[in-house]
Design a protein around this ligand. Structure first.
Ligand code: C5P
Length: 404
């Protein structure tokens, strides 16, 4: 999953190599990237938008507006979404329009308004590729900062043999891997503390009160932060999962009190604190040091009195010196109002809401569906995604807030 969490806005222009872009889309997704496709009107003659929308699981933008309902395709929003715009295949026509800024289609308008890096994978006949006009346009694009994935040599659709074939999809994926690996890490040197998983609260030496939290969301966040160069520690309760990135430090604990004690030691040096653990709100007031035996009377009841656990998030937030603090809210009703209340009461910068009403979201699942609320009352809703992809959305969002 070498492109995990990367957002690739794939522009497809009208050349025969457009069919290879379907395979490219699949390969990118297989490497963990999220792909949104935009096509020039000419590309539709070579491949259907349905192919790309099915593979990418996102609508495909071709026109400035949707003919069916008249809604506007916003090129500015599209351009802001991607970590990179990759135009593959880039025809001589699209390259020429890009070089002078002729914005007569959605793809080029998006290119002109984008702030992210742009790469093109040219594809055309060898004479068109060698033509002074094309080579001049390529020079202009390079001078404008566009990255060029060189076309390859071989048999061309015209039957001629020479340079002009679009780089093979596998080579484009490798190019992107190299590109992203050399990009500066956005959280280099930042210290991140994450709580994850459940806590177990002892009733006696063999029994406990716990919950079904798997820790997967916290570990996915740890991996996503580490991939951005952060120094990450996860303090986690009893779980079977673990982070994939070996640079992530893990501290295993059992109870809420232990989780708080460990976090408190790390918190003062922390830049970003994320409370993703499902901490037990109550703990047995007097855990027995011996196994509690059942009595002889089958009708007997056993009462265990519980006392409140400390709220780790609220406690640490009250000790904040510089930290950006994020909590989670798992809600069943009045989701947004409850999450906003928690955000205020716990003194958070941001809260991640997952609703128990959404299928595939929450405990144990590999997927999650979140909304992000911040202290300025902004709210963004995300689609159901893998927890890994959700983690990258959260990390990107935090980075944007830190840089705002
Ligand atoms: O109040 P509630 O438990 O719904 O709040 C959830 C948020 O608070 C989560 O971020 C969770 O990790 C954190 N929390 C905590 N300590 C507790 C209870 C919740 O850190 N005792």
């Amino acid at each position: 999953m070498s492109l995990q969490g990367k957002k690739i806005l794939l522009g497809v222009s009208g050349g025969i190599a457009a069919y290879k872009s379907a395979l490219l889309t699949r390969l990118l997704i297989k490497q963990g990237a999220e792909v949104k496709v935009m096509m020039t009107p000419g590309a539709k003659a070579f491949i259907g938008a349905l192919t790309f929308s099915t593979l990418s699981k996102h609508p495909v933008a071709v026109d400035f507006y949707n003919e069916s309902d008249g809604t506007w395709n916003n090129h500015v929003t599209a351009g802001m979404w991607g970590d990179i715009i990759l135009i593959a295949p880039a025809t001589a026509n699209t390259i020429a329009k890009m070089s002078v800024g002729i914005s007569d289609n959605f793809l080029i308008t998006t290119y002109l308004s984008a702030k992210c890096p742009v790469a093109i994978a040219p594809a055309m006949d060898l004479d068109m590729w060698q033509h002074k006009a094309t080579q001049g346009n390529i020079r202009t694009l390079k001078n404008n900062g566009v990255l060029v994935i060189a076309p390859e040599s071989g048999e061309l659709a015209s039957g001629l043999i020479g340079e002009g074939r679009m780089a093979e999809p596998e080579h484009i994926v490798s190019w992107l891997e190299d590109f992203f690996s050399t990009q500066p890490k956005r959280l280099s040197g930042k210290r991140v503390l994450i709580t994850a998983g459940p806590t177990y609260e002892a009733i006696d030496p063999v029994r406990f009160i716990g919950n079904h939290s798997s820790g997967k969301m916290g570990f996915a966040l740890a991996d996503a932060f580490a991939s951005e160069g952060a120094i990450v520690t996860v303090v986690h309760g009893p779980v079977t999962s673990s982070p994939q990135n070996t640079a992530v430090k893990t501290v295993g604990v059992t109870s809420a009190i232990e989780m708080l004690d460990n976090c408190q030691q790390i918190f003062p040096e922390t830049d970003i604190f994320i409370a993703a653990a499902a901490v037990a709100d109550y703990t047995p007031a007097q855990p027995s040091d011996k196994k509690i035996k059942k009595g002889d009377n089958p009708d007997e009841t056993l009462n265990i009195s519980l006392k409140r656990n400390p709220d780790i998030l609220k406690t640490l937030s009250s000790q904040r010196n510089k930290q950006f603090i994020v909590g989670f809210a798992l809600e069943t009703d009045n989701e947004f109002a409850n999450a906003a209340k928690k955000l205020r009461e716990k003194g958070l910068d941001m809260i991640i809401l997952n609703s128990m009403n959404d299928t595939g979201a929450g405990f144990q699942h590999d997927t999650n569906k979140i909304s992000i609320l911040d202290k300025f009352d902004n709210q963004i809703n995300f689609e159901l995604k893998s927890k890994k992809a959700v983690a990258f959305d959260i990390v990107n969002h935090i980075i944007n807030k830190l840089n705002a």
